[in-house]
Ligand binder design. Sequence first.
Ligand SMILES: Nc1ncnc2c1ncn2[C@@H]1O[C@H](COP(=O)(O)OP(=O)(O)OP(=O)(O)O)[C@@H](O)[C@H]1O
Ligand SMILES: O=c1[nH]c(=O)c2[nH+]cn([C@@H]3O[C@H](COP(=O)(O)O)[C@@H](O)[C@H]3O)c2[nH]1
Ligand SMILES: NC(=O)CC[C@H](N)C(=O)O
Ligand SMILES: [Mg+2]
Length: 512
Amino acid sequence: MVDFGAQYAQLIARRVREAHVYSEIVPHTASVADLLAKDPAAIILSGGPSSVYAEGAPSVDPALFTAGVPVLGICYGFQAMAAALGGTVAQTGQREYGRTQVEVAAAGTVLGGSPDEQTVWMSHGDAVHAAPEGFEVLATSSGSPVAAFEDKARRLFGVQWHPEVKHSPLGQQALENFLYEGAGLTPDWNPGNVIAEQVAKIRAQVGDARVICGLSGGVDSSVAAALVQRAVGDQLTCVFVDHGLLRSGEAEQVEQDFVASTGVRLKVVDARERFLTALAGHTDPETKRKIIGREFIRVFEDAAREVVAEAGAQGEVKFLVQGTLYPDVVESGGGEGAANIKSHHNVGGLPDDLQFELVEPLRTLFKDEVRAVGLELGVPEVIVWRQPFPGPGLGIRIIGEVTAERLDVLRAADLIAREELTAAGLDREIWQCPVVLLADVRSVGVQGDGRTYGHPVVLRPVSSEDAMTADWTRVPYEVLAAISTRITNEVPEVNRVVLDVTSKPPGTIEWE
Ligand SMILES: Nc1ncnc2c1ncn2[C@@H]1O[C@H](COP(=O)(O)OP(=O)(O)OP(=O)(O)O)[C@@H](O)[C@H]1O
Ligand SMILES: O=c1[nH]c(=O)c2[nH+]cn([C@@H]3O[C@H](COP(=O)(O)O)[C@@H](O)[C@H]3O)c2[nH]1
Ligand SMILES: NC(=O)CC[C@H](N)C(=O)O
Ligand SMILES: [Mg+2]
């Protein structure tokens, strides 16, 4: 898989794993000779943020297409293939983000088994206007005159959409068509045991040193902690930071669920003052994220010193375990040439003077893979199926400055939304439902015959498999009504509840 700076690079690699074919990711800067030296049975060109016709945009050496290796281009990779072989790529003026219908004129190889029309997930502004000579156009959409093509003789294939995302229902089938039919591969590779592999790696990295783990009680850090515990046992101390940006009841719940079920040593740090002070006066989302990332590390440093002192030992804790997943890395701009969408506190938000060596056994995985590992490790279902909650917490759900009063307002509204969604039995169906306080926006209302001038909150229920793409959840009207009524009745500062009906892309899940 050649990575052109795709948000979805690991996702493609992962879908190939699911198809029982081994895959490796290489940066687009690798030469054709380097690529061919790996003796690939097939090559996939990923999407990416550039426009092929822009100056300095990564291009594909046409020699790649005469090497006799089957190639599938996806989005940018599709456009780059078209441009390299003499087709035309330009802006259509009609951008396509999210759910899109494509008309399938001919199934060809990759679209084998497709109906005449299929739903796909798109994310592009450029389009292929004319396919290169020798290519058959397989599909079109309203914004993509050429949405898929192939040259069967040369075994070159391309699609404008993203078959690797779950929101393209026939996407996996298209990838498998390419791998099995287009490239003639046999699905005979099996993922090595992630657990055994990671346990061995952790032991090799850590040796007999002391380790701390940032534990939020969420899925990722719980599974990471369980892996590290299996690897190095009681060399591990978990550190839970109460930064004041947590939801109602969260700190208590973490102590209860996690410690009770795992017996891991847990240190709880009350850092509420520290975070609030550091965040005072800041409104820019990236600034807030970086402050939060920095403060987390400063708290971990203090905690590490205490862990050593409490054990009556000498020296320092060198290793910090984090439950970092691949989406955190790529959204922070950590993929090969990938754009920085938002700096996740645990990756892009880390301070430059970080002294810890990181232990991140889940760094190339996605949430659903992590859940599977968690279940296999015996992590309890209440934890494995917990909805994600971002490390920066309510700090990135208050649009504007974060203050203690605003946090109280948001916590109250968030608790009501969670209670009603749980009562309606929607917890598994909904991936997560951020409640966002538009703290600098006010609107006029009337309550008890009096005028109010309060704040709106936004409900952002989304469904997703891995947070890379998402759609807004069609929550039944009665449930929305119950949430709205309760919030406006019970939270005096809020006089309006609105629903976010944006998919990802173009939106992200969190507002900041
Ligand atoms: N309150 C916290 N205290 C200590 N560490 C934290 C806290 N919040 C987040 N972290 C660290 O940051 C990492 C990333 O946070 P993130 O929210 O992505 O993962 P998670 O909380 O473990 O899982 P989930 O995505 O299910 O919420 C965590 O795995 C954990 O190591
Ligand atoms: O630990 C985290 N630290 C962060 O800085 C962060 N930002 C977003 N998220 C979570 O990541 C997923 C994707 O979020 P977005 O669509 O908003 O980018 C969603 O599940 C978000 O809740 C974070 N998690
Ligand atoms: N997701 C992509 O690969 C996008 C390709 C290109 N940047 C476009 O907008 O068309
Ligand atoms: Mg979390």
